[in-house]
Design a protein around this ligand. Sequence first.
Ligand SMILES: Nc1ncnc2c1ncn2[C@@H]1O[C@H](COP(=O)(O)OP(=O)(O)O)[C@@H](O)[C@H]1O
Ligand SMILES: [Mg+2]
Length: 141
Amino acid sequence: MKTYIADTDEMKDYGQKLGRTFRGGEVLELVGDVGAGKTTLVKGIAIGLGVEDDVQSPSFTLSRVYEARDGLQLHHYDFYRLHDAGIMSYEVAESVNDSKVVTVIEWAASVANVLPENRQRIIIAYKPSGVGREIDVESKI
Ligand SMILES: Nc1ncnc2c1ncn2[C@@H]1O[C@H](COP(=O)(O)OP(=O)(O)O)[C@@H](O)[C@H]1O
Ligand SMILES: [Mg+2]
């Protein structure tokens, strides 16, 4: 399903709505170029999950963990330009197999082998004009 996102606030709202529906165990792979809005979407998802901390891009730390509502946690990964995730793939495997965790991954190629088949892929594309983006939610189920 494709949705047009006009600006940053709409991206956060979209994420927030998504985050509100999560019950734990969800695995999301975010696909899109640098600056497409992946981390912006995660900021919204965090709000929908009742996370009170500010979501920061995990570009340098590779992973960040946030406490969320209902005893859930949000695990946010970013493997930009990482060819070999090494032992990080064990950490990802633990996250995606934990029913109390919502896992969101940017640049997931290097950990694709530990991701479940039924993960959700969300593709974010720039629109040629201005700040608009197009979101395409692909479910592998
Ligand atoms: N429609 C939009 N959706 C999301 N972000 C947008 C949009 N328009 C402009 N932006 C801006 O683009 C940037 C996206 O950055 P970020 O979310 O970190 O991207 P990524 O994680 O994909 O590299 C932010 O500065 C954001 O404010
Ligand atoms: Mg990012």
